[in-house]
Ligand binder design. Structure first.
Ligand SMILES: [Zn+2]
Length: 289
């Protein structure tokens, strides 16, 4: 890897936007919507377009804790803080890991906006650029890169059913449903979440329901995660005339909400609805748009 290459990429991460002023003004940034994996669609350094070849095979990953620029030449990691009270939101970034040791500790002040699927991230020049062997970027804002989230596929319902975290949640909900007690048995359940950067699965439980009802319409937001399924129990036994499988409303609501529905009953696990979260791991972090 050459130093020139690194500097071009460094600039491509952080450029800012006069172009932004000419476009539709984005609303206030919702930091919860920022995490995702982005591909570059354009980048400008000092008013000149970054060659498309320099942006190919470069991905930019934002989690709630940091940012990572992955390129064939190596990985840059940043920590960042946001001030979303401003529009566009202000961002302070610092390089924490770099294939070029000298770049570690470099700081940038910038602005960031998210308008639909388009991320714009830009930074102004800092006096210490030259100290790191590069030439200083022009002061003020220069035209910046735009990114588009790469829609990562959501885990499929069969992957989720095989996941130990999901299995444990289904078992816990089943026990909490008190299926052996005809008086107190009731539906339990919640939501399955996935972090697109790490593919980590998380669970949140809903308040307990009634004998044959549970409200799962309002998943709590988990920053950096997307809802990828709902789950609930059917604690009433077939011996008493109950259907243990998905009800028509289970299927209808799963299709409507856009995520698979997983059911735990006395005869095991049933699923209904879509095979995976509609549209992949992008868009609204709760149920998909
Ligand atoms: Zn049900």
């Amino acid at each position: 890897m050459t130093l020139v290459r690194v500097l071009v990429l460094g600039a491509a991460v952080g450029l800012v936007s006069l172009a932004g002023a000419q476009e539709k003004k984005a609303g206030k940034l919702d930091p919860a919507k920022l995490p995702g994996t982005y591909e570059f669609v354009s980048g400008v350094k000092d008013g000149t377009s970054v060659p498309a070849d320099n942006l190919k095979a470069v991905t930019f990953i934002i989690t709630k804790d940091g940012m990572e620029l992955k390129s064939p030449d190596g990985s840059f990691k940043f920590k960042y803080t946001l001030d979303a009270t401003k529009t566009p939101a202000a961002i302070d970034m610092e390089i924490t890991e770099s294939p070029v040791p000298d770049a570690k500790g470099m700081k940038r002040k910038g602005i960031v906006s998210l308008d639909g699927d388009t991320l714009k991230l830009a930074y102004g020049a800092m006096a210490d650029d030259t100290a790191h062997g590069g030439r200083a970027l022009q002061p003020g804002w220069a035209n910046g890169p735009k990114g588009r989230p790469v829609s990562q596929p959501a885990p499929t319902v069969s992957e989720l059913v095989a996941n130990p975290v999901v299995r444990a949640a289904l078992d816990a909900a089943w026990i909490d449903s008190q299926p052996a007690d005809p008086i107190t048995r009731h539906e339990e359940g919640g939501w399955v979440y996935c972090d697109p950067a790490t593919r980590t699965i998380e669970i949140r439980r809903a308040p307990g329901g009634d004998q044959a009802f549970l409200d799962l319409d309002d998943p709590p937001e988990l920053p950096g995660y997307f809802v990828v399924a709902t789950f609930h129990t059917h604690p009433n036994p077939a011996a008493e005339g109950w259907d243990t499988g998905p009800s028509q409303s289970d299927t209808d609501s799963a299709i409507d909400l856009g995520v698979p529905c997983i059911i735990r009953a006395e005869d095991g696990i049933h699923t209904t609805g879509p095979d995976a979260r509609r549209g992949g791991l992008t868009g609204n972090p709760g149920f998909p748009d």
